[in-house]
Design a protein around this ligand. Structure first.
Ligand code: GDP
Length: 443
């Protein structure tokens, strides 16, 4: 999901990497990439325009944050704006003060409306809300059977009156029945057409009028892209929706719908469908979705954590040390501990752009290497930590460190030589930002 978008954004970040500050000129290309990416993802044109304008304004006014690269900062701005568009938080399903809560499902045929009805019922059942489903799609007799089959499967009762009854009447009686039986939530599946037509809208409006639902959820097929925007607009203008369920997010969706629905209707996406099975429903979390859209794992968490955890005065001292080649094993240990405070190495690496494709094996290897380094450094004397050359020139010191840490002398030799090489490299680095490379690796 969102692959096209992530790849686009990824190339935009690449163009920004290596710049030391966000500026009017150097974000233009990145903005163009974001714009193109969103358009390719079928986000509604107006939504894209607003989005870019906002991001540009925010990027230009952005303060430089030390310890954070401009490309990371730009990602954070784009991310925040994605949240702005999709809504900040998950909005749960409404719950009426007096039962039953009435949920009306709306949408075109084939979007996954009937499936979503059952998925939602199962979801509610799992959180101990009793449910009843009501089958009002009399135009497609198979739809009633489909709902009944699903009902049996998830052990949720289905109210139907066959295919000769009037849908409005079925809905009304369904709600009455739910009330009589003390059901918490009644979900009304309605008829969908292949295209929006006035009969369908009229019927939906009458059902709404009759049962006064607490929730009208538009079921939107994520695969439909641009069309999702106009569909949302029509349903919202004519019926008034309170939220949406985005289905088929497991497929090859280009994701534009997620951005458009909220912006156009002002109503939240409440759930996403991620498969054909009845269990395949998830509450919609805008933050998770935004990170997924960015395809960056979680750079912004990294940025936020870096902002919280790094003591900037300390960071500056560290940088001075690096530049003057005074960076020693004690500093290295400190950096490692800082990394650890920020979470597991695997977690950190996954947050970095381009690193989210690292395999778990590679990540585990990295963690193991860090642990090795730490064990060996812990076995060094203070003097040795301050002056790695002592170790470089003394096999007996290396042997002692090896036996103290449970490793072999060649491991210590490698750590020391890698460390010295790293120190030289760090001096040559003209740009700060990233964390130093890791000595003691096996390769
Ligand atoms: P309705 O006409 O809107 O009621 O659509 P259905 O509920 O009958 O679903 C249409 C098709 O989409 C069925 O084959 C479903 O299995 C499939 N479907 C529904 N939701 C999802 C989903 O989230 N992911 C995938 N992959 N397929 C889904």
């Amino acid at each position: 999901m969102f692959d096209a978008l992530s790849d686009r954004l990824d190339s935009a970040w690449k163009k920004l990497r290596g710049q030391d500050k966000i500026s009017q000129s150097n974000i233009q290309e990145a903005l163009r990439e974001v714009r193109r990416a969103l358009l390719e993802a079928d986000v509604n044109l107006q939504v894209v325009k607003d989005f870019i304008t906002e991001v540009e304004a925010k990027a230009q006014g952005a303060e430089v944050i030390s310890g954070v690269r401009p490309d990371q900062q730009f990602i954070k701005i784009v991310y925040d704006e994605l949240l702005g568009v999709m809504g900040e938080e998950n909005v749960p399903l409404a719950e009426a003060t007096t039962a039953p809560t009435i949920v009306l499902m709306a949408g075109l045929q084939g979007t996954g409306k009937t499936t979503a009805t059952a998925k939602l019922a199962l979801h509610l059942r799992k959180i101990n809300r009793s449910c009843m489903m009501v089958a009002t799609d009399v135009y497609r007799p198979a739809a009633i059977d489909q709902l009944k089959t699903l009902g049996k499967q998830i052990e949720v009762p289905v109210f139907d009156m066959g295919s000769d009854a009037n849908p409005v009447e079925i809905a009304r009686q369904g709600v009455e029945r739910a009330k009589a039986e003390g059901i918490d939530t009644v979900i009304i599946d309605t008829a969908g057409r292949l295209q929006i037509d006035q009969d369908m809208m009229g019927e939906l409006a009458r059902i709404k009028e009759t049962v006064q639902p607490h929730e009208i959820l538009l079921v939107v097929d994520a695969m439909t892209g641009q069309e999702a925007a106009s569909l949302t607009r029509t349903f919202h203008e004519q019926i008034g929706i309170t939220g949406a369920i985005l289905t088929k997010m497991d497929g090859d969706s280009r994701g534009g719908a997620a951005l458009s629905v909220r912006r156009i209707s002002g109503q939240p996406i409440k759930f996403i469908g991620v498969g054909e099975k009845v269990e395949a429903l998830q509450p919609f979390y805008p933050d998770r979705m935004a990170s997924r859209i960015l395809g960056m794992g979680d750079v912004l968490t990294l940025v936020e954590k870096a902002q919280e955890e790094i003591d900037f005065a300390d960071a500056e001292k560290m940088q001075e040390k690096i530049l003057s080649a005074k960076f020693d094993f004690t500093d290295f240990l400190k950096q490692m501990r800082l990394l650890k405070n920020m979470g597991s190495l695997g977690g950190i690496m996954k947050m970095l752009p381009g690193m989210n494709k690292l395999t778990d094996d590679q990540l585990k290897q990295g963690e193991t290497q860090l642990k090795r380094c730490e064990a060996m450094i812990n076995s060094m004397t203070h003097k040795e930590r301050r002056d790695p050359d002592l170790l470089a020139s003394s096999p007996s010191r290396r042997k002692r460190v090896a036996s103290g840490s449970g490793y072999k002398e060649p491991d210590v030799t490698k750590l020391v030589s890698d460390f010295q090489r790293m120190r030289t490299m760090m001096q040559q680095m003209t740009q700060g930002g990233g964390f130093p490379g890791m000595p003691g690796g096996s390769g």
